[in-house]
Design a protein. Structure first.
Length: 117
């Protein structure tokens, strides 16, 4: 299929609109904290779903990973000056990816560390 990723474009546009609204209503000094809260909440929901503690089905199950990946990128953009990419952070990211893959939790936990690899 040549256009397999085209189905995500609408959701990506929605994420950009959501970020625009968020930036408009949240003070700049609090933006990072709000993004972290959303990232933790959505990642927690995805993790609970992966552990079968809650059932997330249908469209939300498809959109949740996209939103988490978008938030991971937004967080790295907001904290670009504070997040250093070096051998330690890359090694930690690789270890987290490996452990989450072995535990079959990579779909829930791989969004942020995969940005380093």
């Amino acid at each position: 299929m040549w256009n397999g990723s085209l189905w995500t474009i609408w959701y990506e546009a929605a994420c950009y609109v959501a970020i625009g609204v968020l930036v408009s209503i949240v003070a700049r000094k609090h933006l990072g904290k709000v993004l972290i809260a959303f990232f933790i909440a959505l990642t927690g929901a995805r993790l609970m779903s992966a552990l079968e503690l809650v059932s997330i089905g249908g469209l939300l199950n498809d959109v949740l990973p996209l939103a988490i990946a978008f938030l991971a990128g937004a967080l790295l953009h907001v904290y670009a000056e504070k997040v250093k990419v070096n051998s330690i952070t890359v090694s930690a990211a690789v270890i987290l990816l490996a452990v989450s893959t072995v535990l079959n939790l990579a779909p829930a936990l791989a969004h942020l560390p995969s940005r380093f690899c």
